[in-house]
Write a protein that binds this ligand. Sequence first.
Ligand code: IVH
Length: 662
Amino acid sequence: MVIIMDRMNELIELINKANYEYYALDNPTLTDQEYDRYMQELIKIEALHPDWVREDSPTKRVGNEVISEFKKIIHEKPMLSLSNVFNEDEIRNFDEKIKKEVNPNYVCELKIDGLSVSLLYKQGKLVRGATRGDGVTGEDITHNVKTIKTIPLVLPQPLDIEVRGEIYMSKKSFNQLNEIRKANGEELLANPRNAAAGSVRQLDSKIAASRNLACFIYHLPNPEQFGIKTHYESLQFMKSLGFDVNSNIELAKNLDEVLQYINKWTGKRNSLPYEIDGIVIKVNDFEQQKKLGFTSKYPKWATAYKFPALEVLTKLKDIIFTVGRTGQVTPNAVLEPVRLMGSVISRATLHNEDYVLSKHIKIGDIVSIRKAGDVIPEVVNVKKERRNGTELDFKMIDVCPICHTKLIKKDTAYYCVNNNCDKTKIESLIHFVSRDAMNIEGFGEQIIEDFYNMGYLKIVTDFYELHKYKKELMELEGFGSKSVNNLLTSIENSKNNSLERLLFGLGIRHVGSKTAKILASNYQNIDNLMLAQYEDLINVKDIGAVIAKSVVNYFKNNCYLIEKLKKLGLNMKYLGEVRSDIEFSGKTFVLTGSLTNITRNEARNIIEQLGGNVSGTVSKKTDFVILGENPGSKYDDALKLNIPIWDEKTFLTKISKYFDKD
Ligand code: IVH
C-alpha cells in the first residue's frame, strides 16, 4: 500500500515539475508520450484510492467541474487599473510628477495582453480565483483557474496570501485553437486576449482545460504581511512560491533606462511567444508607492505605456465624398474619433465604390481601421456581428459634391471632369506648394482654400503675384506682417527650385515626383521637354506610353501657363543630382539670425541639394539649428528643446567639400 502511495506522490511531483518546466520555463523535459503515460498511471491510482487524492494533483486540472452560475466576490483590496501614456512626452511627465514627491527607482515590465486575475490561497491552498470585474466586485472563476497549469494549486509553504496577475493565451495555442475551429466550421476568435477571456468565462471547466491558458503573476497586494520592502523583491518572493513571474522584468535607475527598456521591447515585441500591448512602469519602493498614493481609479506610482495600436475598432458614422486634384471623387469614412499609432483618427479612406461594396460596409457599422503604409488610415473590415439593424446601405453618388457635374466612371474610379470645379482647383494649388513639389512653407490647406475663396489664388501663377496684395493680406485676421513676409519669402525662394519640383507641382497626370525627376534629368530644361514628341518620350527609360501621352497632351494645352511662369522668374532648368550627404539627408534645419558669408537663400538651396529641408519654426522635429548673428526666439526654442546648434562657421565647414565659396 505504502509503495502505491509513494508512487502516487512521485507521479504528482514529476508531472507538476514537468508542467512548470513546460509552461513557465518554456523548456519541456518530458515527451508527450511520457507525460500521458504518467498521467494515466496517476488517474488509475486515484480512481482506486479516492481518499488519497491530493489538492495539488495535476488531475485536478483536467476540468471536471461545471458550475451553474458565476458567483460574485468582493475584492479585499480594490483591483485597480493603470493610467495610460502614449508617447515619450507623457512618460517624461509621469516621471516629473513622481520626482516631485520621491526619488524613484522603477521596475519595467511587459504589459501582458490578457485579463487580470486575483488568486487567493489559504494555508497554502488555492481557494479562489476571481476576475477583476469592476475592480470592487469580480466573478468567481476558481473552477477554470484550477485548470491553468502555471498556477500552483498548493504552495510550498502554508501561507494565507493573495497574488494578482494576468491570464493569457500564447500565440501558438491561439493559432492552434483557431485552426481547429476553422476545421470545424466554427467562427474564428479575434485575438489571444478574447480567446483567454472567453475561456475563463465558461461554466464548464473542460473548455478552459482544453485551451492551454497560462498566467503571469505581477502584483502582491499585501507585501507588508511578509516584510517585503520593494516590488522587485515581491516578484522574487512570488517566484520562489512557484508562481510564473515574467523573466523579462528589469529594474531601471532612471527615466533613460525606462526609455531604453521601452525601445528594446518595442523592437522585440513580435519575437515573444505571447502578446503584449505595452510596458508597465512601476515605482519600486513600497514606502514611496505609499507616499504617492492613488487616484480613484489608478495608482499614481505606476503607469502603462501603450504601444501604438496597429488596428482599432470604431464606429463608422457617415460616408462623405471628397474631390481630389485630378477630379477623382473618393468615398471617405467619418469615424467616431479613436487613437491609432499615436494620433487621433476621425476620417479614413474607403478608396472607391468597389472597395465599399466588396467589404459590405454600411453606415453605422463597427469597423476596424489601420494605417495603410503607416500613414493614411483605411477601413479594413466590418464587424458584422455588431450590427443592430439600424445600419444604412452605401450608395455611390453620381454628381460632383462640389459643382454637381455628372461624374464619369473610369475603371473603378469616378471623376468630376469639370475643369472649373472649385475643389479640383483648390487641391491643385495645395499640391503645388506641397513638400515634394515646390515646397512653399506656410501654406496650410485652409489658407489656400481661404485665399482661393477671396480671389487671391485661382491658378498656380497667382502664387507669384501674391506680393501685389501684401497690404490686403496683412489686414486679414490672423496674418501679421511677419507671417505675410515669411509666406512671400517662401514663394520667392521657390523660384530657384530645380525643374523636377515644378514638373511634379504642375500636377501632370501620371507624373509623380520620381517620373518628374526622370523627365527633368533627361531633358535638362522645360523647352526641350515641351518639344519632345511621344516617340522621343517613350524611348526614355522608365517612361511608358501612358506617361508619354499625358506629358504631350499637357504641354499642348498649357503653353500659356508655362510661358507665364517663365516670365514670373521661375527656374526652368534641371539643377543636377542632389548630392545626398549623410549629415543633411532627410534632416530638418532651421536658420536663425543673419548669416554673413552666405545669403539665407543660398544656405537653403545648399541644404536642399544635400537632401535636407529648411523649416521656419523650431520644433521637436528639427534636427539642427544654424545660428547667425542676432538670433531671434528660435535660438531660445532650440536651447529649450536641446536641439544641436551649428554656428555659421561650422555650417560652412560642413558644406565646404561640396560648395567652395570662392
Ligand atoms: S499592474 C495596481 N502589471 O494591464 C497594479 N498590470 O491596463 C495593477 N497588465 O488591469 C496592475 N501586464 O490587467 C500590471 N505587468 C503588469 C501587467 C498588467 C498586464 C494589465 C492588468 C491591468 C491592465 C491595466
